[in-house]
Design a protein around this ligand. Structure first.
Ligand code: COA
Length: 324
């Protein structure tokens, strides 16, 4: 028994912020952002919450599927920008799409969140506990971004991507998943408040502790090696090699990281899906957004081998091999 991705969907907020727009906000320029990150624009959720983005991506999935919301048995939302600390964003999504027969919860593995969530849904399906699941990566990172810090505010964007996983007896779907975490590096990327360590306070707000802090350079150095090695682990388990991969969908954090991984494993050029130029880094949403884009563009087709790999705070890294 396997869990197969039978539909993909996405949603991007209407507002677009270009690099040139950012030049008016912080001391940056279009050329630096394009050269150092590959980003040309990002979408910004002005009056929408993460669950609104997530629900629209889930609705897009359902519109492309034979199932209706009442058939859905599990909803997982991967996010670092939940609507509120309590309850889970997945419950707001459940209510918005009317999937009242599902159980629903959130997970936080930062930018690896989607692959982590996919692995959980896969385990529930393969064990026979559920027949299907909607897995969503959704973020409104603009709301935890310090718009005075040019080293972070040019990188992030908002959006949501989703997939429907269904039980199948065919040799298709998720062939392998590998997850890693290393809590020795929690200082590389964080949002210090509000939380139990630093509850909401005037001081936390004034110090900017409610925003993303990132040691970009150190994170960058660790990313390429980790993504390449976890990808090999996942391919080994699936009994495959990089030459068997039709498409690689990497977490879209920096085009130089994606290209570096692609060079290292021999998947350069057309076989590496790139959406960072239009979506920027949307954390848990980048992989499902890129996946839906690639499917809609007619790139990924039935039977293709798709390698997913990601790297996130602080630190999580993961990979999955999927036969479409
Ligand atoms: N515009 C113009 N100049 C900028 C800038 C901006 N937005 N941000 C930084 N700079 C400057 C720096 O001040 C520095 O100037 P200096 O040399 O005069 O001191 C110079 O550019 C280089 O800064 P640096 O931080 O070394 O840039 P970088 O090449 O490492 O790129 C990131 C920065 C954040 C794009 C890159 O490190 C990165 O992508 N890191 C990984 C992010 C990641 O994977 N996060 C975790 C998963 S989401």
């Amino acid at each position: 028994m396997r869990a197969k991705i039978t539909a993909t969907g996405s949603y991007l907020p209407r507002k677009v912020l270009s690099n040139v727009d950012l030049e008016k906000i912080v001391d940056t320029n279009d050329e630096w952002i394009k050269q150092r990150t590959g980003i040309e624009m990002r979408h910004i959720a002005e009056n929408e919450s993460t669950s609104e983005l997530a629900a629209k991506a889930a609705e897009d999935v359902l519109n492309k599927s034979a199932l209706s919301s009442s058939n859905i048995e599990l909803i997982i939302v991967a996010t670092v920008t939940p609507d509120q600390p309590l309850p889970a964003t997945a419950l707001f999504v459940q209510n918005k799409i009317g999937a009242y027969n599902a159980f629903a919860f959130d997970i936080n593995a930062a930018c690896s969140g989607f692959v982590y969530a996919l692995s959980i849904a896969n385990a529930y399906i393969v064990s026979g506990m559920v027949k299907n699941a909607i897995v969503i990566g959704a973020e409104t990172l603009s709301k935890i971004t310090d718009w005075t810090d040019r080293s972070t505010c040019v990188i992030f964007g908002d959006g949501a991507g989703a997939v429907l996983l269904e039980r199948t007896e065919e040799d298709k779907g998720i062939l392998s998943v590998v997850l890693h975490a290393d809590g020795r590096y929690t200082d590389l990327m964080m949002v210090p408040a509000p939380g139990s360590k630093m509850p909401c306070s005037k001081k936390a707000i004034e110090n900017g502790d409610i925003y993303i802090k990132m040691k970009g350079n150190e994170t960058f150095k660790m990313a390429i090696r980790s993504i390449a090695s976890v990808s090999k682990e996942a391919l080994d388990i699936a009994g495959m090699d990089f030459k068997d991969v039709d498409w690689m969908i990497s977490h879209q954090a920096n085009k130089r990281i994606i290209d570096g991984v692609a060079r290292r494993v021999g998947l350069e050029g057309e076989r590496s899906i790139i959406t960072i130029d239009k979506h920027a880094n949307t954390a848990a949403a980048t992989i499902p957004l890129a996946m839906d884009w690639a499917v809609e563009m007619g790139k990924i087709k039935e039977g293709d081998i798709v390698l997913l790999n990601s790297f996130g705070a602080s630190l999580t890294w993961s990979a999955a091999v999927v036969r479409w």
